[in-house]
Design a protein around this ligand. Structure first.
Ligand code: MN
Length: 498
């Protein structure tokens, strides 16, 4: 299908006018969104747009739209629903549970059916030929609807940037955006004067932390001897001609002069190359950073990637409401709460990584994949993040996708799959694999997601069978690509930045 921007904007307009009709009646609207950074940003965008129109609404952040959740939702007895960052892959379930109500779906996951009853409306880039995995997020889709909702909502494009970064859509050259994110979302955010983009070190804590602390937080890319290693970071910095203090304050990366930054950047890259990091990965330390101009200097919210990290932590800690409140402009106690949630979340991640590092039996290598089972060692909401970080930091084998299991609170098993861009380029699609494998396992199994990161829920005791099915599907996916093009190196870096 060719990309049809006019059609997409027309659909956005139609969707917004449906919501407009609801607002006129003054009946409460139920907003449901996903618990990751993208979903929370999307909820923040729709929540803000509704507040600006004085429209009453309820909000629920959820990990997934399963039948249990949907029947709880139906029990509230409201009749108007907006689903953000989820819903397109669960249309039959939604129809079954809420078929009598009116439903709007704002999603960027591949839709599982195109025909909808007239009381349903779906805004999804896939319907107009756009690639929802790479070029627009759930928050971006929510923004497209909000932009047509009346009032002036262009400032909310900043949240759509945060959501897209949360979903790792910075796939262009030097971690810039491509497609709709670049042409509509960032354009609008810059025009509304809420976002600045520049090239800098892509390091968490660039604005907030002393330089050696910020460096040790770098996990993507992972810097051997410096990431997670404060002494290593300090001794690296000791060799440079950079003053770490200014009076009695430790300086941040953001406070360095141009010349000092240049020295730090080139020394870091030289250091990484000496550690045998592939050049392309070492270079990825530097890239486009997005600054939210209206946020205070030194706040997590000023850097769009950090903002996404903070939101993700609130969601994964079952406190997504705090994240949505922050997106809607609340600060003070909400922000302090989010900070402490982030701190605890990072501690949980560190414990998980420590387990994978120290327990030689934790990870099982198979032919095509590697796997671990966290059982009840970590909360079921963070096992995917642990798998992703362990892969990026090379605690796990970088050449194989990881399939991680954890017992979920509802007595089942939550599966998280993570892989690398290189393996995706070779043909792997974990989202498709999880979906197909769940269908094959049956018994209420559900799965799906993106090619690089995906998830599923399966019954206990089915883990080994699930792995076998995943391996069979991956073999097929990788074989298909091999047959199509024999060699393909560095093909996804064509986009350029102004
Ligand atoms: Mn998303």
């Amino acid at each position: 299908m060719t990309k049809d921007l006019d059609r997409l904007l027309e659909l956005a307009d139609l969707t917004a006018s449906r919501i407009n009709d609801w607002i006129e009646t003054n009946e409460p609207i139920f907003v449901i969104s996903h618990l990751d950074a993208d979903g929370i940003s999307a909820a923040g965008i729709i929540g803000s747009a509704l507040v600006r129109r004085n429209a009453p609404f309820h909000l629920r952040i959820t990990r997934q739209l399963d039948q249990v959740f949907l029947s709880e939702l139906a029990a509230h007895g409201l009749s108007r629903y907006i689903f953000c960052d989820l819903g397109s892959g669960q249309l039959p379930h939604i129809q079954e549970a809420l078929g009598k109500g009116e439903v709007v779906i704002l999603d960027h996951h591949p839709p599982d059916q195109n025909r909808l009853p007239s009381n349903f409306r779906q805004l999804n880039p896939h319907l107009c030929g756009f690639d929802g995995t790479n070029e627009i997020s759930g928050a971006g889709v929510a923004y497209l609807a909000a932009r047509h909702l009346g009032g002036s909502n262009e400032d909310l494009a900043a949240l759509a940037v945060v959501g897209a970064l949360g979903d790792i859509q910075d796939r262009g050259k030097q971690h810039s955006f491509i497609g709709l994110n670049k042409e509509i979302i960032v354009e609008d955010a810059i025009a509304a004067d809420v976002i600045d983009q520049s090239i800098d070190l892509r390091i968490f804590g660039r604005e907030t932390r002393p330089i050696h602390i910020a460096l040790q937080y770098s996990s993507d890319p992972f810097i051997p001897g410096i990431s997670s290693n404060p002494e290593g970071a300090l001794s690296f910095l000791a060799d440079l001609d950079i003053e770490l203090r200014e009076g009695d304050r430790l300086r941040t990366i953001a406070s360095l002069s141009k010349e000092e930054k240049r020295q730090l950047n080139s020394s870091l890259i030289t250091y990484m190359l000496k550690q045998n990091i592939p050049p392309r990965e070492a270079q990825s330390l530097i890239g486009v950073v997005y600054t939210l101009k209206n946020e205070e200097k030194g706040s997590y919210l000023r850097d769009a990637r950090m903002f996404a990290t903070l939101l993700n932590a609130t969601g994964r800690s079952d406190q997504g409401g705090i994240g949505v409140a922050i997106c809607m402009g609340n600060r003070g106690a909400f922000y302090r709460k989010a900070e402490s949630i982030l701190k605890e979340y990072r501690e949980q991640l560190a414990l998980g990584l420590q387990w994978l590092t120290e327990d030689a039996d934790a990870v099982v290598a198979r032919k095509l994949i590697q796997t671990f089972h966290a059982k009840s060692k970590v909360p079921d909401t963070i096992v995917g993040s642990i798998a992703g970080m362990a892969l990026n930091s090379r605690i796990l084998d970088w050449s194989k996708p990881v399939i991680a299991f954890v017992y979920s609170r509802d007595g089942r098993v939550k599966v998280s799959g993570r892989t690398t861009r290189r393996i995706v380029d070779a043909g792997a699609d974990l989202g498709e694999a999880m979906k197909l494998a769940s269908e094959e396992i049956g018994s209420g199994s559900e799965g799906g997601g993106h090619n690089i990161a995906a998830g599923a829920t399966i019954p206990r005791g089915q883990e080994e069978r699930f792995l076998q099915v995943i391996e069979r599907i991956l073999t097929k996916q990788l074989g298909r690509m091999k047959a199509a093009k024999p060699s393909d190196e560095d093909s996804n870096n064509e986009e350029t930045i102004k």
